[in-house]
Design a protein around this ligand. Structure first.
Ligand code: GRF
Length: 205
């Protein structure tokens, strides 16, 4: 918690940053008692960094190159996040697997959003996996991050239909719309102290 009662967020990104934007917009609309303390990207050309700068948020490029292993990289991430007083780490399209170095430093304080209804279709290309499998509904999942790949306790999910003529692109767009709704919502629940992790379950309320 920062001095003014807002939850300090550290958002990790690699790409476009539309989820970051949705979070910023909700904060600026006064609907989320949080503050984006910093945005960190492993990619220098991530549009998300420009979005952060536009809103006066510290935008940090931390390339993996030059680090002696994933643990060393994550240790630097932890240092920067702590330096900025971050309480909750928000993964928003961050295309790196986290090691226990950061997961343990922010235990049950790292959220991720995944573009499928977990535990279906974890990992990369979730929308393509859903289309290839032929499911009739898919969606998105916000979850706390544990040591596995997209395996942590689930906070909120949203469902969208999969249509006959969907392409990866049209399905992704439909899912993205829901992501922009449920990610700020999950952060709001956290900021109001309404999320309790009990084993695999997140009790809301
Ligand atoms: C989203 O589809 C999210 O589910 C996945 O990465 C994508 C990030 O999109 N983890 P954006 O950069 O927020 O637009």
């Amino acid at each position: 918690m920062s001095d003014n009662g807002l939850v300090n967020l550290g958002v990790l990104v690699s790409g476009n940053g539309t989820n970051l934007q949705a979070i910023i917009d909700r904060i600026e609309a006064g609907a989320l008692s949080a503050r984006v303390a910093c945005v960190i990207s492993n990619k220098g050309d991530a549009r998300a960094l420009q979005r952060a700068e536009k809103h006066g948020i510290p935008a940090i490029h931390l390339p993996y190159k030059g680090f002696d292993g994933r643990e060393a990289y994550d240790a630097e991430l932890v240092r920067i996040l702590k330096d900025h007083g971050v309480e909750l780490v928000v993964l928003a399209g961050f295309m790196r697997i986290l090691t226990p170095v950061i997961i343990n430093a922010f235990s049950n304080r790292i959220m991720n959003i995944h573009p499928a209804l977990l535990p279906a279709f974890p990992g990369l290309d979730a929308q393509k996996q859903a289309l290839d499998y032929g499911v009739k509904v898919s969606g998105c999942t916000v979850h706390f991050v544990d040591a596995g790949c997209d395996t942590g306790p689930i906070i909120i999910q949203a469902v969208v239909p999969v249509l006959e003529d969907d392409t990866e692109d049209t399905l992704s767009q439909r899912i993205h719309k829901e992501e922009h709704r449920i990610y700020p919502e999950a952060i709001r629940l956290y900021s109001e102290g309404k999320l309790k992790v009990a084993g695999r379950r997140v009790v809301v309320g």
